[in-house]
Design a protein around this ligand. Structure first.
Ligand SMILES: *Cc1c(COP(=O)(O)O)cnc(C)c1O
Length: 489
């Protein structure tokens, strides 16, 4: 399968690239990104054939259908990482929480957030391509908390790859920071930046585009790549768990094969939701995809009104920080898929220059045929956490945003799969506050009180963090980032 450019071709770059090229250099002509030229059709009997399949067997079949240029041994090695999840026989448990609401838990990997679902296998794939080509890559990452730990975890000690990961000092939870600053592999560099997440993200974009920086890397024989979800190497692994979760509902006799469901996704950069959209196009019986946001509700605005209007907005901090995003990168792939490259280029240019675009009525109708959306504020989220816990289920504040969309966006009584994107351990102060009213400034206190309240144990990989040696000590001004990275190389 080949990949084509969301904003059309500039006459300089190739018009089509292979999967491995698209993941090594994810940016295409005119600042666009790569999308699949066509999607595989899984075919009528695919789901039936995989009713008894393990997660890995299903994953292998889905990846085969994509016909990517990665050899079978590498795919096997990548998928073997799901064996390191809590329960190798069921890396993604699906749990019934309300009559029609099932939670698909995507957080049972090493860093306790759903970023592991894609970044774990992606690390193997990227490193293996780099080795085969005998090339060296620097992966830049800017993180507000979950991407950083997952990227470091997957690339540690991998050949031909180095990672420089920037986080805003004071902008992450204790657990997220400790997951990064206790990493000690020689190919990893973690940099605390005095500033906010936007400062680190802007620095990353500046470096990716900087000719002098790229030239200096060239001299060292290193190329740049990025591990955020504009990279299709992550998206491909995110189609699989939607299919798995559907099959799990069939296995639990919640639905019959072929019956439609709602997918309900807590969204930021729209990678998770895009995976669901592709799964639907590949033949998964989906009624609609419900998009949940927090007070940074640009996606609700887009899907309910057709306007993407950043003119008067700035990011507001919420209790679901991984969704504190206004420029949602993967919307571009939806625009491209529905409206084509010329229109996508036009809309993205308007967003760049005017901070605004408005879809036509016809375009909006096409979007609403597939998506519905609502947002959940922090108080509502807290109430969902508390009430759902009273019903016997503990969840994190990102997952909680879906419960609002579940109540307001369904017009049919169909079973609904809510995606849980983080374990309670990653956002413990918010959860402890919702459960008991306490205000903890340190994660360790909140973790202990939730563990007591829920009568569960703090997972060992979280508990151990508090005793590990801090090896990554760089804390710098944002002006010094480039120099810091070059001296690491
Ligand atoms: C990254 C993240 C999200 C948002 O996912 P997207 O694919 O960017 O929409 C939601 N919740 C958590 C906990 C995350 O880490």
């Amino acid at each position: 399968m080949n990949f084509i450019e969301t904003r059309g071709n500039d006459g300089q770059r190739p018009e089509k690239v292979s999967f491995s090229q698209a993941i090594l250099s994810p940016i295409s002509s005119f600042g666009g990104i790569y999308s699949p030229e066509s999607l595989p059709d899984l075919g009528g009997d695919f789901l039936g054939r995989h009713l008894g399949s393990s997660y890995k067997t299903l994953a292998k079949s889905v990846l085969e259908a994509f016909e990517i240029d990665i050899d079978a041994a590498t795919i096997d090695k990548a998928l073997a990482l799901y064996d390191e999840f809590d329960d190798p026989s069921n890396p993604v448990p699906v749990v019934k929480v309300l009559d029609d609401l099932y939670v698909s838990e995507l957080y049972h990997g090493p860093t306790r957030a759903f970023k592991d679902m894609a970044l774990q296998p992606f690390g193997i794939v990227l490193s293996s391509i780099a080795q085969k080509r005998n090339e060296n890559y620097l992966i830049l990452a800017a993180t507000s908390g979950d991407t950083g730990p997952a990227a470091l975890e997957t690339f540690k000690n991998k050949a031909n790859v180095r990672v420089a990961c920037m986080y805003p000092v004071g902008g992450t939870s204790d657990v997220q920071r400790l997951q990064m600053v206790t990493e000690d592999a020689a190919n990893l560099k973690v940099i605390g930046v005095k500033g906010d997440f936007d400062d680190t993200q802007n620095a990353l974009k500046r470096l990716l585009a900087s000719e002098t920086f790229n030239k200096k890397l060239d001299e060292k024989n290193i190329s740049l790549s990025a591990a955020n979800s504009v990279n299709f190497g992550r998206i491909i692994f995110q189609t699989i768990y939607h299919i798995h979760s559907y099959l799990e509902l069939v296995r639990q006799n919640a639905i019959s094969l072929g019956e439609k469901v709602y997918l309900n996704v807590p969204s930021g950069n729209f990678g998770n939701a895009l995976g669901g959209y592709y799964a639907m196009k590949m033949g998964l019986p989906v009624e609609k995809i419900l998009i949940a946001s927090n007070n940074n509700n640009i996606l609700t605005q887009l899907i309910t009104t057709g306007a993407y209007d950043l003119r008067t907005l700035s990011v507001v901090p919420t209790t679901s920080p991984a969704m504190d995003i206004l420029k949602s990168s993967n919307i571009e792939r939806i625009l491209f898929d529905l409206f084509g490259e010329a229109r996508t280029k036009e809309l993205m240019r308007q967003l760049d220059t005017d901070k605004y675009y408005q879809l036509s009525n016809d375009e909006l109708a096409q979007i609403q045929n597939i998506f519905a959306a609502d947002y959940c504020n922090d108080d509502e989220g807290k109430a969902y956490i508390k009430n759902t816990f009273a019903n016997g289920y503990l969840m994190d504040p990102h997952t909680a945003t879906c419960f609002k969309a579940y109540e307001t966006c369904r017009d049919k009584e169909l079973k609904t799969i809510v995606y849980s994107t983080a374990e309670w351990t990653k956002f413990s102060p918010v959860i402890a506050n919702a459960l008991t009213g306490e205000i903890d400034t340190h994660d360790i206190d909140a973790l202990k009180s939730i563990a007591k309240e829920a009568n569960i144990e703090i997972p060992s990989m979280i508990n151990e963090l508090f005793d590990k040696e801090i090896t990554q000590k760089s804390i710098i001004e944002k002006e010094a980032i480039e120099e810091e990275i070059l001296s690491f190389l």
